[in-house]
Design a binder for this molecule. Structure first.
Ligand code: HEM
Length: 316
């Protein structure tokens, strides 16, 4: 049955070959005329043919495998030869850095990301590199901890320090605000081993003290805000002809209120300098909750010279 099918297809091949290449294929044609067909060759020839087919196929497979191997080796080799990028110099995960390690991130090498430390917490500030790199205004912070400089304005690398001892609660609150800024805007890298974290990454006494002063600053700020509501600041202006004028209005000192008040000099306890505030002239005293003259009788509030008790505006 298979033989029949073969001879049938051989015939169709004959007519095709005969029509396509009648003059050049004498040998083939005579073979075909004799009823010889490539599929109908002797067993020895067939064995020889299948043997060579086998070798040809094997060679093709070998060439393909070798090609694939060569491709994968060259590909792998290509991947292994990488140019170091900034990503490579970034530590993976949170880390503890020594001062020396941090100093490499001082903005002097364009291939190394800029880091800074504030109260021992390290941030990757490479996004804002232009502010911190060598020669820029805020390079004092790059590759080191210069925490006090955030509030003292000491921008010399030689003079700057990481020691916040001696900063006031208000100044430490300023440090905390910068810390919040870096938390929000930049990537936290890890901790600096030194004044604020030990070699295990645990907070030191210096950090605990710093946090206590920050808390004091927060308490003072709340008190200050409450006081500003009670005694809002005055408006003020100055010109050469009239000199200084202070006055009260319903929005002076940034506090919106129903009352206007009158200007008074408010002295901070134990201090000589004063601040112009607006005080109520009616209702109970803000301090004692008693009386009906507002804060007119508060002993820490002084009238401006030449200004009447109920004057809303005073020329100084
Ligand atoms: C103690 C005083 C100051 C400190 C500690 C300080 C610190 C900084 C720092 C760390 C940055 C970079 C912020 C970032 O990474 O995006 C910055 C940016 C800047 N600062 Fe100051 N600064 C001070 C005073 C001033 C003053 C007085 C001025 C203006 C007269 C000023 C104007 C600017 C400006 C324009 C920028 C760039 C803002 C931007 O491009 O987004 N700074 N400052």
């Amino acid at each position: 049955m298979s033989k029949q099918r073969n001879s049938k297809s051989a015939k169709s091949n004959v007519s095709k070959l005969a029509s396509d290449q009648p003059q050049n294929c004498d040998q083939d044609q005579s073979a075909l005329r004799e009823g010889k067909d490539e599929t109908l060759s002797s067993p020895a020839t067939r064995a020889q043919e299948s043997f060579s087919v086998y070798y040809v196929s094997l060679s093709v497979v070998v060439v393909l495998v070798a090609g694939l191997l060569a491709f994968s080796v060259s590909h792998r080799f290509k991947n292994s030869v990488t140019v170091p990028t900034k990503a490579d110099t970034k530590p993976k995960g949170l880390v503890l850095l020594t001062e020396e390690e941090l100093s490499k991130h001082d903005g002097s090498d364009p291939n190394v990301p800029v880091y800074l430390s504030i109260l021992g917490r390290i941030y990757d500030v490479d996004k804002g590199r232009q502010h911190y790199e060598v020669g820029s205004g805020y390079n004092v912070f790059a590759g080191r901890d210069s925490t006090p400089s955030f509030v003292t304005g000491e921008f010399s690398r030689e003079k700057a320090t990481d020691d916040v001892k001696g900063l006031s609660p208000e100044e430490m609150l300023g440090v905390k605000e910068w810390l919040d800024f870096y938390r929000k805007d930049y990537i936290y890298v890890g901790k600096l081993i030194g004044r604020y974290y030990d070699s295990e990454g645990n907070p030191t006494e210096a950090l605990k003290e710093a946090k206590t002063v920050i808390k004091e600053g927060q308490k003072l700020k709340k008190l200050q805000e409450a006081q500003n509501k009670r005694y809002p600041g005055c408006n003020s202006k100055w010109n050469a002809e009239e000199g200084s004028t202070v006055w009260c209005s319903q929005n002076s000192g940034g506090i919106s209120r129903s009352w206007v008040g009158v200007p008074r000099k408010m002295f901070k306890p134990g201090k000589k300098d004063s601040k112009c505030v607006c005080i109520k002239t009616t209702g109970p005293s803000s301090d004692t909750g008693e009386g009906n003259d507002g804060d007119l009788n508060n002993p820490t509030m002084k009238q401006y010279v030449g200004c009447g008790k109920y004057d809303v505006s005073c020329k100084l």
